[in-house]
Ligand binder design. Sequence first.
Ligand code: FAD
Length: 402
Amino acid sequence: MAAHLEHLVCDRPASGSPIRGGQSEADAALAAFDVSGYASQRNQVHPEPARGASRLSPYIRHGLLSLPEVWDGVEGPERDVAKFRDELLWQEYARHFYARLGPRTRSALRADPAVRSDSPKQSEDGAEWQSALACVSVNVDELTETGWLVNQARMWLASHWTVRHRRAWSDGEDYFFRHLLDGSRAANRLGWQWTTGAGSNKSYGFSRWQVEKRAPGLCETCPLSERCPIHSKPDEPIRNLVPKSTLLTRDGQLERTSGPSETVTMKYGEVATRSNRPDVVWITAESLGFSDAALVSNPDLPVAFIFDEPLLGRLRLSAKRLIFLVETLAELATERPIEVHLGGPVEILAGRVPAVTFAPVPGFRRLSAQMAETVIHPWPWLAAPHDGPIQSFSAWRRYTDR
Ligand SMILES: Cc1cc2nc3c(=O)[nH]c(=O)nc-3n(C[C@H](O)[C@H](O)[C@H](O)COP(=O)(O)OP(=O)(O)OC[C@H]3O[C@@H](n4cnc5c(N)ncnc54)[C@H](O)[C@@H]3O)c2cc1C
């Protein structure tokens, strides 16, 4: 990290997150997860031992655990399993949504909460997030130190940032994205939009009673406890209506959204009938597991991972995120010869025929379309993408096969 990647990150932690990268860490986390009590405890924020959430998200985000594998891998009381699987479907919904709309997810929804005119611009060190409120500072500290938060704490911070303080939700989204080990444009953006009312008719109002319920004892440690500024719910923000994208109701390019259903050769983004044999497996940050389809199908090929320098230079993620990837690659290197590159993927893979697993994100489509030849393996969807309505989880769900 220090030698090769330090110029790409926004901070300098001495070490990575306590949530370590790697396939064996992912497998152990899934094996250790007990779903009993999940339905009632998943929103518990503090104390830590009372939390019911699985903390599997960093592994799911990077394909160390696929959603179908997690779906099948959890057994326990019916109510808890059903609730847990419902959350996996939210993740799948976020992926479908982002795969179809791409960058248009920023503005394709119903409304945008109005921003205060003197709202501070988000700085890289996140100084604007500092607060004397224990329910804010404890969670911001956890986010920046570990790169993870329970869903409820994410909602608290998002609501506090935008609904109460009228700051741009997209600035908050970017801050979370920099720090979350599971940070994805798909689920993070959806989470911010849903919480702040950009993606629904109503925002989530964060106030003291939720803290007393989900983090008992925290208010007693707060210097503002006696004059709590979040004693009552914030007002509903004024929202500016945004014209809806037609993609919310229909996908005219379903194959592009879902990727191939069987392995295909593509030349500059077009399906080719004649092909050369792949000579390298290209693994991406979306799919780093030992069960990655391209890895499994090509057991004798070398493996390449590329830290996309131009992209990372723009994103300026927290070092924790990159350390998580390095830990994952280090373990993979004990199984397969692996090249780790820094630069632009198109330039680095030029002259080679990479085998790669499709990733349902616009960046993958853009890069692979610039490559002379790629052998693309299908993405392991939990539910096959459909071309119908996607403007809400329930509308989307009606058309899925799950
Ligand atoms: C403002 C905000 C930002 C968010 N940013 C992200 C993000 O960048 N990446 C991300 O994966 N999730 C994000 N979420 C969704 C959710 O908070 C996390 O997936 C969850 O907290 C991860 O912890 P877990 O693995 O213990 O979840 P569990 O409760 O154990 O759930 C199991 C899995 O289901 C999925 N899941 C659970 N809840 C949701 C949800 N509401 N939306 C989508 N998938 C869900 C995740 O893959 C999760 O790992 C965000 C939510 C909000 C409100």
